[in-house]
Design a protein around this ligand. Structure first.
Ligand code: GDD
Ligand code: MG
Length: 327
């Protein structure tokens, strides 16, 4: 089974974390974000992950070095000449695969952390003879997502992208089973959105949805990135990560002064240093960060090499690579 994974977005809402690495390559807890998706796909029988890249494909390749062997899947990279939108990018990757593209394949948004049952999605698609089947996830506020309504058999009645209305509903979880012929609806070489242009056209013509139980999170904002980190470290989603204690991951080589306070939720990555009197809570320190004497870091994300100087106070912030926060 092949899975085409969309990883071409710029990740603007996570800047400056995504200033020099694409969102799927950003470290989540202790590994590139996309490693979780690859592991998830492999667990459901995917043998080839096809990455539809736009922005910075080399950084992604670098971040995923060794992942093929670890997950036991082949990874293929295709970079679009220009952003082609969600459907255009799937079409571009499909055309690049040529005859190697299977008649039925999975397509996924590359910024979703989930353990939904993709095997059940594939089974439902097959049983219903669908052309496209969308994984659905119930949320309390659907405003920023694709809102999907279905009849009792699961046929989609309406697909509305980003309604802006804060109402509960079943949303597009960003995981699809697609029949190859769906790509005939996507003109080659043009920017096309699967949510706005393709799914609405397939309503009543083979578009199905299936609500799947399980963990699901789009990590596209700092708040959700942090929430996903704690969900991993507190076991709400199953991953290969091994926490130091629930809610905490502290690298063996991190240097933490005895008089510093770290946690109850925190990630302290390799090469980090936390000096005496400093307080780090509900925060993620990526590789090689320093928190100076008596500094406070709370609800924040520090990109690799960031430094919070002595006495500084940082709350609910994202600090870019090698940036300094003055005291
Ligand atoms: N290759 C490529 N080219 N990838 C793209 C492009 C493009 O032009 N545009 C977006 N992507 C990728 C992004 O990197 C991301 O992985 C995925 O497509 C979805 O784009 P987002 O920008 O993250 O969309 P969203 O989160 O606002 O909404 C989408 O995801 C929701 C679930 O998380 C939609 O699919 C919604 O319907 C859905 O509910
Ligand atoms: Mg997203």
């Amino acid at each position: 089974m092949q899975a085409i994974v969309l990883v071409g977005g710029e990740g603007t809402r996570l800047r400056p974390l995504t200033a020099d690495v694409p969102k799927p390559a950003v470290t989540l807890v202790d590994r590139p974000f996309l490693a979780y998706a690859i592991e998830w796909l492999a667990a459901h029988g995917v043998t080839e992950v096809v990455l539809a890249c736009g922005f910075l494909p080399d950084a992604l390749r670098e971040a995923l070095a060794g992942e093929e062997e670890r997950a036991g899947v082949a990874i293929t990279y295709y970079a679009e000449p220009e952003p082609l939108g969600t459907a255009g990018a799937i079409r571009f990757a499909a055309d690049s695969l040529g005859d190697r593209l299977e008649d039925r394949f999975l397509a996924l948004n590359g910024d979703v952390l989930a353990d939904l049952d993709l095997s059940a999605l594939l089974r439902a698609h097959e049983e219903r003879g669908a052309r496209a089947t969308i994984a659905l996830h119930p949320v309390a506020d659907s405003a920023a997502y694709g809102l999907v309504s279905c009849d009792e058999e699961g046929a989609v009645l309406e697909f509305r992208e980003k309604t802006g209305e804060p109402v509960p509903g079943r949303i597009n979880a960003g995981a699809y089973v697609l029949e190859r012929d769906v790509l005939d609806l996507v003109p080659a070489g043009k920017a096309v959105s699967i949510e706005r242009e393709v799914f609405p056209r397939l309503v009543g013509d083979g578009l199905h949805g299936l609500v799947l139980e399980g963990y699901w999170m789009d990590i596209g904002t700092p708040e959700r990135y942090l929430q996903a980190s704690w969900d991993i470290l507190e076991g709400r989603v199953e991953t290969r990560v091994e926490p130091t204690t629930a809610g905490m991951l502290v690298a063996a080589d991190a240097v933490i002064a005895e008089e510093a306070s770290v946690g109850p939720r925190a990630i302290v990555s390799p090469g980090c240093r936390i000096e005496a009197g400093a307080e780090v809570a509900d925060s993620v320190l990526l590789d090689g960060c320093t928190v100076g004497r008596d500094a406070l870091v709370s609800g924040s994300i520090l990109a690799p090499g960031a430094e919070v100087e002595a006495g500084a106070a940082l709350r609910n912030a994202v600090v870019g690579r090698d940036e300094r926060v003055p005291g």
